[in-house]
Design a binder for this molecule. Structure first.
Ligand code: AMP
Ligand code: FE
Ligand code: FE
Ligand code: ZN
Length: 300
């Protein structure tokens, strides 16, 4: 017998599978969600819709699936948190319910996955040249066929080689954005990604916009600007958001008529956050769905 579901639906709108840098297969991800009493799950792998079909096939009766992806983007240039630093900021954009066959999205996601392979290879080679016991073949043996490669795959190779004790430690000491081994990838201008998601019938939500521990973040005026360019929502309740930043974002969302979401950003054992650690209100999901015209929310 499945465990009884709580009366208010549990909605987690941001999770990863082995189609990108999570450790659960799409079917295992759905099973983990069911075990956690999740009623509505979004699968949002980095730069791919490759996990959609397997997640759909695994959907149990009573659970709903929001099909999505997390797009690797950059901010408009010249606008960052202190108003002075003009280097673009890395932005993750969650796209939901878009047509996965939309030509521009298919092409851009393929380009980004190729970028990911090249840059992960270069980071690995830089570390190997410095004497770390990692090699390209071992790292890529950890990436599923056709999946989006990412630094967490290298982090796991570093754990397996005994260099660090955990994926977290690998990021803290060696793989963070300020590391000498860091190699950037050429991400999509965020306005372009929003336009693509909308053209494909989907809705776009700014993921963990104030996750300061990951690096530089945008200033609120950038979010206001994106709201005029079709952004539908902001992820407010996210494990990497400080309480004061959640309040700031909630206020901003109210002012700008943006949908407020909450999600775990679950990555299986690559992160410590359990699935459904943060959730989205049912009215917020309804609002998002009402703004979308692409694919349906699937019911199991
Ligand atoms: P990449 O996609 O190669 O740029 O790597 C970024 C990914 O690494 C993010 O999507 C997270 O899944 C993961 N990540 C970032 N920081 C950490 C951390 N401190 N611990 C574990 N995973 C992290
Ligand atoms: Fe990730
Ligand atoms: Fe992200
Ligand atoms: Zn994510």
């Amino acid at each position: 017998m499945p465990s009884p579901r709580p009366s208010s639906p549990r909605i987690d709108l941001h999770t990863h599978s082995t189609a990108s840098d999570g450790t659960d297969s799409p079917a295992e991800l759905v099973a983990a969600a069911e075990a956690a009493g999740v009623d509505v799950l979004a699968i949002t792998d980095h730069d791919t819709t490759g996990g959609w079909d397997a997640a759909t096939a695994a959907l149990p009766a009573g659970m709903r699936l929001v099909r999505g992806a997390e797009f690797s983007c950059v901010s408009p240039t010249g606008r960052t948190i202190d108003g002075r630093d003009e280097r673009p900021v890395s932005i993750h954009l969650l796209g939901y319910l878009f047509d996965p066959a939309h030509e521009a999205i298919v092409a851009e996601q393929q380009r980004l996955r190729d970028e990911r392979v090249n840059r992960l290879r270069r980071i690995t080679e830089k570390m190997a040249a410095d004497g770390y016991p990692v090699d390209v073949e071992t790292v890529f043996s950890l990436v599923e066929d056709g999946a989006s490669a990412g630094r967490p795959h290298l982090a796991r190779a570093l754990v397996a080689a005994g260099v660090v004790d955990s994926v977290n430690q690998a990021f803290a000491e060696l793989l963070h954005n300020g590391s000498p081994y860091y190699v950037p990838k050429s991400d999509t201008p965020v306005e372009k990604a929003i336009a693509m998601v909308r053209a494909a019938g989907g809705v776009a939500v700014f993921a963990h916009s104030l996750a300061r521990r990951r690096g530089r973040v945008v200033e609120p005026s950038v979010i206001a600007d994106l709201a005029t360019k079709g952004l539908a929502g902001v992820e407010v309740d996210h494990p990497d958001h400080a309480p004061e930043d959640r309040e700031l974002l909630r206020g901003l969302a109210a002012d700008l008529d943006l949908v407020v979401t909450g999600s775990s950003d679950y990555h299986g054992t690559n992160k410590t956050t359990p699935i459904a650690a943060e959730t989205t209100a049912p009215e917020a999901l309804e609002d998002l769905v009402s703004r979308a015209a692409g694919v349906e929310v699937l019911a199991g």
